[in-house]
Design a protein around this ligand. Structure first.
Ligand code: AMP
Ligand code: FE
Ligand code: FE
Ligand code: ZN
Length: 294
């Protein structure tokens, strides 16, 4: 039994609907999945409903944009109570500042004589967590760029003329937010950050787990992070970080973790929630929506 604990849908910058992603999870034979859209949980009710029908365990989650010592880091929150008020308020704030960032990127493009309208990006993204990938798609759709790569290279990469820094919450605030919503906090893809020195600080701040298994981690990197997790008494997580197709194939399920790790994470979340007097989210406690066709 295996789980993929890092997945995105159309509710952030992924291309699968929750229903299509669940169908892929079933095809891969996954026992459990976590939906980790960037700074939102909007897709969780639909994914929970689809997983319930498919007989797959669903873990409500999100990948929060955070910052420590000037490094952008992504903190995965697992077993989050979607109805938690502070979490809802924080996610609403993320959506608001993400929209403002898109407007600012559009304004910069307009100054460069690229008449892209923010509304075109919002219409294309059609979700609460629009980001640079949506701007890139809108630039291609509008005929302003020939490819997504071109859009990033000419305009959107860090330091390019339409790049606008992203709003981040402090890592300590993100960990606290996750905990008070009954969840566990894990640093996503540490191998992409290449700033291992922040891991002890995150562990001291109460971080619970480290994403050792990830699509962009080599075998040596995975080994390295498994050792770091052990040294700092962090639980282990992992997943494909599927945003859709990669080289023509679905990425979901290509990186998976033994189901045993899910049990350990859930046990820890339950124990901590009881200890701290917080409510933990289970799939059955999550309000579900009627599954819809793609
Ligand atoms: P954002 O969170 O809005 O700053 O956008 C970051 C996302 O943009 C990343 O997760 C990638 O999926 C995507 N991205 C970043 N750089 C590039 C690039 N050079 N080409 C294509 N996609 C990129
Ligand atoms: Fe992404
Ligand atoms: Fe990430
Ligand atoms: Zn991700």
């Amino acid at each position: 039994m295996f789980a993929d604990l890092h997945l995105h849908t159309i509710f952030s910058d992924g291309t699968y609907t929750p229903e299509a992603l669940t169908a892929e999870a079933q095809r891969c034979g996954l026992a459990a999945v976590a939906l980790t859209d960037h700074d939102t949980m909007e897709g969780c009710p639909r994914m929970a409903a689809a997983c319930q029908v498919a007989g797959i365990e669903f873990i409500p989650a999100s990948e929060l944009t955070a910052e420590l010592n000037g490094n952008e880091i992504h903190l995965l929150g697992y077993f989050l109570d979607i109805e938690n008020q502070k979490l809802q308020a924080a996610l609403a704030r993320f959506q608001e500042v993400r929209r403002r960032r898109i407007q600012e990127m559009a304004a910069r493009l307009n100054q460069l004589d690229v008449p892209l309208r923010a509304e075109a990006v919002f219409a294309l993204a059609n979700c609460g967590a629009p980001g640079r990938p949506h701007v890139a798609r809108a630039l291609v759709q509008g005929g302003f760029c020939g490819s997504l790569d071109e859009a990033f290279e000419r305009f959107l990469k860090v330091g390019k003329p339409a790049w606008v820094p992203k709003f981040k919450i402090s890592a300590a605030d993100a960990i606290e937010l996750i905990h008070q919503a009954g969840g566990l906090a894990a640093m996503a893809h540490p191998g992409l950050n290449r700033s291992d020195e922040i891991i002890p600080a995150l562990a001291r701040a109460g971080m619970d787990a480290l994403e050792c298994f990830h699509t962009k981690h080599s075998t040596a990197m995975t080994e390295h992070y498994l050792q770091l997790a052990e040294a700092h008494q962090l639980l282990v997580t992992g997943g494909s970080d599927c945003h859709g197709l990669s080289k023509g194939k679905p990425l979901i399920g290509t990186v998976k973790v033994p189901y045993e790790l899910v049990t350990r994470l859930r046990d820890r979340a339950l124990a901590q929630a009881v200890e701290r007097g917080f409510k933990i989210a289970t799939a059955s406690a999550l309000p579900t929506e009627t599954p819809t066709a793609d």
